[in-house]
Design a protein around this ligand. Structure first.
Ligand code: NI
Length: 388
């Protein structure tokens, strides 16, 4: 039996797991039930389990002979969203929902562990199953790394089910695939006064509006047009009353980018613009720039192995071309720890209503895609470990 057939053989189990996790979603850093159930299922299979990163789980399969170490990763956390789907396995936790497909990731990786454990007499090397918490706030991957999950790992595969891609197709192009995600906080300080006598104070609102406008020139005038960048201010707070001059504005935003060199240049550019623009209005700006996740960059050789695995499983037509994604992923940290590939597995089927945007209250996945993810995890591990 090949891996595709083995994945078909566990399909009912994949769906049952996915529905169980869907029904019991848990927020970031609260994935206790999920982590416990994952550990329980792995132990039932006879897979070695280590608990780490509070709610995280590391499964380990040692093959018959020593060899390389390959890691497979799934994230486990849900989102603070009230589910609007009417499903028999709808979320039982009020205000919490698996609206990003992480329930499917957990099910698929458990399925791969089951298949690979049954093949371990033929495996040379070690397979690690990383069930990480806290992806949505980009802390889980780092914590798993700090606690040793990626020590000596030679390659890592992460899968994201993707509603922007036709169900059954897989995208695993080499190079940048997901953007960096950094956070900007700018405090602009002026001087209060009466709204009727603005010249006696320093209006922090007018200065801040100018800062927001001038930040638009980062993309248009500071960075090469060949490097896509986003600078968004999403929060802007200041002022107390209609006739009082505002003395302080606090704004927050995010930057997105694929080129690590550009990522590194953004803090100083943003600080220069914010400070100088505010100064030209006699105000002062303080910039706090928090580095979040780096861009996810697929390693050419590792993504080729994953690409060939998909072709072997489902033929050439299953490999899709997909545009890069401006969203971020803390899988980027795992790719920094070892050569890695993030594969997008399509779930979009308009007839099934599984083409809704991620993080939407009606998000749902096409469960027929679960076998695709499971077989890709398993085939990639086998193929990577059998390479010389
Ligand atoms: Ni996600």
């Amino acid at each position: 039996m090949d891996i595709r057939e083995k994945a078909e053989g566990v399909k009912d189990q994949l769906i049952a797991w996915r529905r169980e996790f869907h029904e019991n979603p848990e927020l970031t850093w609260q994935e206790e039930r999920t982590g416990n159930r994952v550990a329980e299922e792995l132990e039932k299979m006879g897979v070695e389990v280590k608990r780490m990163a509070r709610t995280g789980v590391l499964g380990i399969i040692n093959g018959e002979k020593p060899g390389k170490i390959v890691a497979l990763r799934a994230d486990m956390d849900a989102l603070p969203i009230t589910e609007a789907n009417d499903l028999p396995y709808k979320s039982k936790n009020a205000g919490v929902m698996h609206a990003c497909g992480h329930d499917g990731h957990v099910a698929m990786l458990l399925g791969a562990a089951k298949i690979l454990n049954g093949m371990k007499d033929d495996i040379k090397g070690t397979i690690r199953f990383i069930f990480q918490p806290a992806e949505e706030i980009a802390q889980g991957a780092i914590t798993m790394i700090e606690e040793g999950a990626m020590d000596k790992v030679d390659a890592v595969l992460g899968i994201h089910l993707w509603s922007g891609l036709e169900s059954g197709k897989v995208s695993l192009e080499p190079g940048p695939r997901m953007a960096s995600t950094d956070i900007i906080k700018i405090t602009v300080k002026g001087k209060g006064g009466h709204g009727s006598m603005p010249h006696q104070g320093i209006d922090a609102i007018v200065a801040s509006c100018a800062v927001v406008n001038d930040l638009q020139s980062v993309v248009s005038r500071e960075v090469s047009p060949l490097d896509p960048v986003v600078v968004t201010i999403g929060k802007f707070n200041g002022g107390d009353r209609w006739n009082i001059l505002c003395s302080e504005v606090i704004m927050e935003g995010t930057t997105r980018c694929f080129n690590p060199k550009v990522v590194n240049s953004l803090p100083s550019i943003i600080e220069r613009i914010a400070k100088n623009t505010a100064a030209s209005y006699r105000a002062q700006a303080e910039v706090e720039y928090t580095v979040g996740t780096p861009p996810v960059i697929n390693h050419p050789e590792v993504s080729r192995i994953a690409h060939d695995a998909v072709e072997k499983l489902y033929g050439q037509d299953a490999v899709a071309d997909m545009e890069k994604v401006m969203g971020g992923e803390d899988f980027a940290f795992l790719c920094d720890a070892a050569p890695g590939v993030m594969a997008f597995v399509g779930i979009a089927d308009s007839k099934k209503g599984t083409d809704v945007a991620h993080h939407h209250e009606r998000f749902n996945i096409d469960e027929d895609a679960l076998t695709v993810g499971t077989s890709l995890y398993a085939q990639f591990a086998v193929d990577f470990l059998s390479q010389e």
